[in-house]
Design a protein around this ligand. Structure first.
Ligand SMILES: C[S@@+](CC[C@H](N)C(=O)[O-])C[C@H]1O[C@@H](n2cnc3c(N)ncnc32)[C@H](O)[C@@H]1O
Length: 178
């Protein structure tokens, strides 16, 4: 099956990380099929983690999503760490350097808080992808509505907003390495 547009942006972004060892996602898959609008990110990232020899953590507040994902992972011989809990709490506590972060939880405030919790733990070459950064509702940048202006003020961060599928866009954020 051809990869969907959101997965394509994630895989291309992951290629920018020289040697990813720790990959983290907030917002696990919630339906068990490859859907263009959802993204099926957890499966794509778990496959990439296996191929690259990286450890992949996916965090979700809804345990039923993790249970469903576990079944799919077992079927493909993938072994991500499935974390039941709040993304912010996980990122606050995780004692690891993060090479790749996918933020795909709910809305702009929690997305911003999650990034801030992870910020000091990001490897200098880390890439942060934020899903659904297109304009919707009251938000010019969707889930990135606070994070994208914040990073825009920082001289050492570069943000690219990439169309993925339909009207959706993914923000790909990384440090500018001099
Ligand atoms: C849009 S879905 C994720 C879709 C998935 N990444 C994909 O590509 O198919 C958002 C998920 O984030 C979870 N979520 C929302 N807020 C969260 C939070 N604060 N911490 C952890 N998970 C959260 C929801 O339970 C839901 O499963």
């Amino acid at each position: 099956m051809q990869e969907n547009g959101k997965a394509r942006v994630l895989r291309q972004s992951l290629k920018m990380v020289p040697d990813p060892k720790i990959m983290v996602e907030v917002g696990c898959i919630r339906i068990p099929i490859d859907s263009a609008s959802e993204g099926f990110s957890t499966m794509y990232l778990a496959r990439e983690a296996k191929r690259l020899g990286a450890r992949f953590f996916t965090v979700d507040i809804d345990q039923s999503n993790l249970r469903m994902a576990a079944g799919l992972m077992l079927g493909e011989g993938l072994d991500p760490v499935l974390v039941w809990g709040d993304g912010l709490e996980f990122l606050d506590r995780v004692p690891l350097k993060i090479d790749f972060l996918h933020l795909d939880g709910s809305e702009p405030v929690s997305t911003f808080d999650q990034f801030r919790a992870a910020e000091s733990k990001l490897d200098p070459y880390a890439v942060v992808c934020v899903d659904d950064c297109h304009t919707y509702g009251d938000w010019e940048y969707g889930k990135g509505d606070l994070l994208i202006p914040y990073l825009g003020e920082l001289p050492d961060w570069h943000v690219e907003i990439i169309p993925s599928v339909f009207e959706y866009k993914t923000a790909v954020c990384r440090r500018v390495i001099a």
